[in-house]
Every structure is written in structure tokens, then in C-alpha cells.
Design a protein around this ligand. Structure first.
Ligand code: ABU
Length: 479
């Protein structure tokens, strides 16, 4: 049903006043939302009512509020006001990132940002290319796509028939997007070789295991071409040993990708960037500013060391869009580097936040999140009923732990206790969601029964929120 006032809004003639009233009401609603979601007295999830009186329109949604200081559920959280303003501006501009002619300033901003990120990764000024794309999974997919094209450029025109059975290597704690990309690209998930991690230390890929997996795969007829190293695994926040992996890739002439979707933010911190030592040797890097740097979703980059490869791999030169005889330098028509056609202006959010905070501001934000993780780690060791999943100090802001309610504490270790402990985290989380007081994720992993994963990426979170989380788990974990 069409709303009765709709014909009066711009672009209707004389529509300015009604449009101004409508948008001002919307800004008030959004402002209320922002205030509410940052207040500790608000719920971390619950009903969100949008009432636009001018529209005689009310909508009630049930949703989570990732900007809430007690939202620990996802790697992306927080609500940055500058980033939000940028997103509003982008929506209003409603332009498209495929050609310079429709987005001249945003295209140049993207270029400036990509170069800055490449230099932070450690590539020299003559090196580096990239593009912003929708999320870490798509960035990882790009890395496999360009790696395959680098070794087998004829795949673009002649298809899969020209390829041998290619092998991809990634750690057992890497993100599932590596397997997903192998499926999407027709390489097959069974040709993704999962490399063992060090279980005593912090779940890093074991370089010797990588090397022996490569040799074994070759003996079985697979042709290795690509290794994914993870800088900041999703659950444990572990950093693979990048230099050692780079040595192996060099020895075997393999493409080295670093999935720094989660860990890339640490490059902004003088205190923590050495955890990514060796990233400069990667041939491609995934980095999600929408995670640790708090840029509003989505903002993800794929960086490729070899200039021109992305374009060669993906360009089709559709003549209605990418005419070669335009009056400007068509290398700025960056859209053909992408597998998309239309593309959202994600780079502007990062650009504006960088202008506002500077690199130091981002660094301080990252340091604060890691301090919060250390605080939680200390508290878990002091409090009764909590147990760390691994004992080492966290490298990133992930802290994984079990809570054992009083009724389970006397049980002997074994399958019965495990079965009951497995049910604890989902039950507590269910109670959290009903109450809306705090939100945290959980998962099983390998032989480990369900445990909580707390992640910090919201600069609004304070130590009092961490105390609250632990107290609330105890309250909600009653038998
Ligand atoms: N790459 C998506 C990460 C999902 C999470 O927040 O755990």
C-alpha cells in the first residue's frame, strides 16, 4: 500500500519542507538509537521501534545492539559516530565505485587508503594493488582467484580444463572462508589441506607440518599453489608464524596469503604490530577495518602485492561502462578490478575516521581492546568456577573460557561431566538473550565442549563491563 504523503516528498516540486521534516525526524530517531545503544542501562538486544509520524508508520524489530559496551558477541562491534556520519553521507551521495566519472573523489580516496594500508603492511611504494570489497570472506576469495590467475592465466578464458588438481593449504584454526572459496572457485573443498596447529602453545600453524603437508600432497598428485596464513584466528585469536611460513612458500614457489581480517588492526599499534612480523612477505593480505578498527560494516580490503594482477584477472572491459577513449586516465576506472559491477563506497568511512582519529587514535583503540582482554584473562584466573581454554596470555583480544556452575564442580572429569558442561554455555547465553543484559558467543571446537569466546573490539567497553559479564554469567548460571 502506498503511503499517503509519499508523493509530497522530494523530488516532488515544493517538497523541500516535508522532506526536511521527515529527515529531521529520522535523525532524531537515529540519535536516540545511538544514545540508547551506548548506555549501560539499555539492553544489548531487544525491541527497536522506529516510528516516523510523518509517515504514519511504525516498525518494531527485535535486534542486537553491537554498539552496546557489553556486546562481546562478534569480532565487529561498537558504534563510531564519525564512521556512522560517513555512512549516512555515502547513502545520501548514492554513487557507485565502478568508474572515476561517477565517483571521482571516492575513487581517489580508496586509492590513497589502499596505498597507506600497503605501506603499513610493509610493501615498498612501487608495489601493491587492491580493492575494497564486501567482507573478509570475499577478500579471501579474491586472494585465491588472483593466485590461481597468476599461475594459470589461461583459466580466465579456457576454464577449469586447463588446471591440474590444485592444492590449497591453511591451518585447522583458519576461517571457513578458505574452504568456501575453494568450493565457489571450483577447486573443491577436499583439495584444501588442513595443516595442524601447535596445541600446547596458542594454536598457531606448525611450519614443519605445513612443509610435510606440501610434500605429501605432491606425492598424491596434488599441485600446491597457495598457502593461507592467519593473523588473528576467529576463535582463539592466534597469529601464525608468518616469517617461517613465508620461507616455506618461497622454497616451494607458492602464493602466500595472510588472512589478517581480524588481526590486521594490530598493525596500527606500536605495541602489538610485531605479532604480524613477516606480513610484508605476503603476496596478498585480507584486512577488515570493520573489525578491530571499528569502522561501520562493511569495510574490508584485499591487498595484492603485484600491481596490475587484479585488473588482468578480472577485467572484461564492458564498453558501456569502461570505454577506453574517455577524456581522463581510465586507470582510475577501478571497477573492472572487481568481480562485482556496482560497488558500495566503503572506503570513505575509513578515510573519514582516519582523518578524525589519526593512526595514533586507531593504535590507542587497539591497545585498549587488548588491555581489556588481559584484564579478563586475569579475572578468570582469580574467580572460582572459571577455567581458561588455554593458559597463555591472549595474543589478540579473544579470551576463551568455560564456566562450571556449582552443581558440576564436584563431578569427576569424564564424558558425563563433559556432556553436562557442554550444555552450560548455550543455557547461559539463552538466558542472556532473554534478559538482554550482555551478549557473548560460544562454540565447541574439536574435542572441546562448548566454551565462551569473549572478543573485544568496542572502544566503549570498560573494565566494569568485564566485571559485569563475569558476575552475570555466575547469576545466570545458577542451577
Ligand atoms: N569473519 C566473520 C567473523 C565472525 C565473528 O564475529 O566471529
Amino acid at each position: 500500500m502506498r503511503m499517503p504523503f509519499l508523493p509530497d516528498l522530494l523530488p516532488a516540486s515544493s517538497g523541500e519542507e516535508i522532506t526536511r521534516g521527515f529527515l529531521q525526524e529520522l535523525v532524531n530517531i537515529l540519535f536516540t538509537y545511538i544514545c540508547k545503544s551506548s548506555q549501560r542501562s539499555s539492553k544489548t538486544q531487544g525491541e527497536l521501534t522506529l516510528c516516523l509520524h510523518q509517515l504514519i508508520f511504525c516498525l518494531t524489530l527485535t535486534d542486537a545492539f553491537p554498539g552496546h559496551p557489553r556486546f562481546f558477541n562478534q569480532l565487529s562491534s561498537g558504534l563510531d559516530v564519525i564512521g556512522t556520519a560517513a555512512e549516512w553521507l555515502i547513502s545520501t551521495a548514492n554513487t557507485n565505485m565502478f568508474t572515476y566519472e561517477v565517483s571521482p573523489v571516492f575513487i581517489l580516496m580508496e586509492e590513497v587508503l589502499l596505498r597507506k594500508m600497503q605501506s603499513i603492511v610493509g610493501w615498498s611504494s612501487g608495489e601493491g594493488d587492491g580493492i575494497f570489497c564486501p567482507g573478509g570472506t570475499i577478500s579471501n576469495l579474491y586472494s585465491i582467484l588472483v593466485a590461481r590467475y597468476h599461475f594459470y592465466p589461461e583459466v580466465k578464458t579456457r576454464g577449469m580444463g586447463v588446471l591440474p588438481q590444485l592444492g590449497i593449504f591453511t591451518s585447522e584454526h583458519s576461517h571457513y572462508s578458505v574452504k568456501k572459496s575453494a568450493a565457489v572457485l571450483g577447486l573443491g573443498t577436499e583439495n584444501v589441506v588442513v595443516v595442524k596447529c601447535d596445541e600446547r602453545w596458542v594454536r598457531k600453524m606448525i611450519p614443519a607440518e605445513l612443509e610435510s603437508s606440501i610434500v605429501t600432497a605432491q606425492e598424491k598428485g596434488l599441485v600446491p599453489f597457495y598457502v593461507n596464513a592467519t593473523a588473528g584466528t576467529t576463535v582463539y585469536g592466534a597469529f601464525d608464524p608468518l616469517d617461517a611460513i613465508a620461507d616455506i612458500c618461497h622454497r616451494h614457489s607458492l602464493w602466500m596469503h595472510v588472512d589478517a581480517a581480524w588481526g590486521g588492526g594490530l598493525l596500527m599499534s606500536d605495541r602489538h604490530r610485531m605479532k604480524l612480523q613477516g606480513i610484508e612477505r605476503a603476496w596478498s593480505v585480507t584486512w577488515n577495518p570493520h573489525k578491530m578498527m571499528g569502522v561501520p560494516l562493511q569495510c574490508s580490503a584485499i591487498l595484492v602485492k603485484k600491481r596490475g594482477l587484479l585488473r588482468q584477472c578480472n577485467e572484461l572491459g564492458a564498453e558501456y561502462l569502461f570505454q577506453a577513449d574517455k577524456h581522463y586516465d581510465v586507470s582510475y576506472d577501478t571497477g573492472d578490478k572487481s568481480i562485482q559491477c556496482g560497488r558500495h563506497v566503503d572506503a570513505f568511512k575509513l578515510w573519514l575516521m582516519w582523518k578524525a582519529k589519526g593512526s595514533q587514535g586507531f593504535g590507542a583503540q587497539v591497545d585498549k581492546c587488548l588491555e581489556n582482554a588481559e584484564y579478563l584473562y586475569d579475572q578468570l584466573q582469580r574467580r572460582t568456577g572459571f577455567e581458561l581454554v588455554y593458559k597463555n596470555k591472549p595474543e589478540h583480544s579473544n579470551v576463551c573460557f568455560w564456566y562450571t556452575p556449582p552443581s558440576l564442580r564436584g563431578l569427576p572429569l569424564g564424558p558425563d561431566r563433559d556432556t553436562r558442561l557442554h550444555q552450560v554455555a548455550p543455557q547461559i547465553k539463552g538466558r542472556m538473550m532473554e534478559k538482554g543484559s550482555v551478549l557473548i558467543g560460544y562454540q565447541p571446537l574439536g574435542a572441546k565442549v562448548n566454551f565462551f569466546r569473549c572478543v573485544f573490539s568496542n572502544p566503549a567497553t570498560q573494565q566494569e563491563d568485564i566485571d559485569f559479564l563475569l558476575d552475570e554469567i555466575i547469576r545466570l548460571g545458577h542451577d
